[in-house]
Design a protein around this ligand. Structure first.
Ligand code: XBP
Ligand code: MG
Length: 314
């Protein structure tokens, strides 16, 4: 047995204490281990230092594994309504497009809420065109949608939309814990880039390991296909991931792909049914602004964190 394997270790190095909440990431411990090894190694000889480091790594693996190693391997974010309240910007972009092309349509909030049941902008335009008996060709729809996407990007670039509480925190935690970050959305890829650029900074799309967006699959949510596509890209098992969604369509898509889902309802989806979700909270929570549980289980400290997701993953 190593000489420094004593009782006082928990007081002296609280990071190592079994069940300690102080440890968020296994990787955070490495500098502490080395420091400890250096102080305790009898002759400061490299052999003892290395041996100490290896021994402590073994110790940590066995004593702290459950608390430190994130069991969740991937967090998959929906975009609209989940990362940010973007649907009003989409609605404005649609209406300005109709005006530009002199289409006599206007989607008020009530109409738009109903139309959100049809996921995807092109699909939504097509559905409405048929509803008002003004069928449009696919080429016309593509032209309208292209303009709408440009307008949406401009609106987002104005910087008036911020990420919902806790989103940036959870993204940072995932990065620190080496948990993969994925996006699965029905919205267009340029819209995702625009939102992330405006909120997290230019090029922040690269923080994500995979972004499955828009027409990457032919069948949009509530089909699980976009989730399957995202998982497949990074070879993750649905059982080791969590989806963060805001809508019933998104929830059905994620759950149908076998992924446990946390719902943060958005302004347009607050009255939808989320009985299949593992947790429904008003937002992801921050230390300054803890979340409130609405349905299912929720974190006691009001923060949907990587360690909480790792605890509840089944
Ligand atoms: C929400 C949507 C999207 C947007 C419009 O997507 O239904 O269709 O309203 O986006 P999600 P596009 O919640 O999956 O992010 O016009 O680019 O399709
Ligand atoms: Mg959504």
């Amino acid at each position: 047995m190593l000489p420094y394997f004593d009782q006082s270790i928990d007081e002296e190095f609280p990071h190592f204490a079994s069940g300690s909440d102080k440890v968020d990431s296994y990787f955070e411990l490495q500098p502490v281990v080395l420091k400890y090894s250096w102080h305790r190694s009898p002759f400061k000889h490299p052999f003892w230092v290395i041996l100490s480091a290896i021994s402590f790594r073994y110790l940590i693996d066995h004593r702290c594994y459950r608390r430190t190693m994130a069991k969740v391997a991937g967090v998959i974010f929906d975009v609209d309504g989940t990362l940010a309240e973007t649907e009003e910007a989409h609605r404005r972009a649609f209406n300005e497009t109709f005006e530009h092309f002199k289409v006599q349509w206007f989607w008020d909030q009530h109409t738009y809420k109903r139309l959100l049941g049809v996921t995807g902008g092109k699909e939504r335009i097509k559905f409405y065109a048929n509803e008002v008996r003004t069928p449009l060709s696919d080429t016309d729809i593509a032209e309208l949608h292209e303009y709408k996407t440009k307008r949406y990007e401009q609106l987002i670039a104005e910087g008036q939309i911020s990420l919902r509480p806790g989103v940036e925190r959870l993204i940072n935690e995932a990065l620190e814990s080496r948990v993969k970050l994925l996006v699965a959305t029905t919205t267009n890829y340029p819209n995702v880039v625009a939102l992330l650029d405006a909120t997290l900074g230019s090029g922040s799309i690269d923080l994500f390991d995979v972004v499955a967006a828009g027409d990457v699959v032919p069948r949009k949510k509530p089909s699980p296909d976009v989730y399957f596509k995202a998982l497949q890209e990074v070879s993750l098992d649905p059982k080791e991931c969590f989806a963060i969604e805001d809508s019933r369509n998104g929830l059905i898509a994620a759950v149908s792909a076998g992924i446990s889902t946390v719902i943060t309802p958005s302004s347009y989806t607050a009255d939808e049914r989320f009985s299949e979700a593992i947790s429904v909270v008003d937002h992801l929570g921050t230390p300054d602004r803890p979340c409130t549980g609405i349905q299912g289980i929720f974190p006691k400290n009001g923060i949907v964190s990587i360690s909480w997701l790792s605890e509840i993953i089944v």
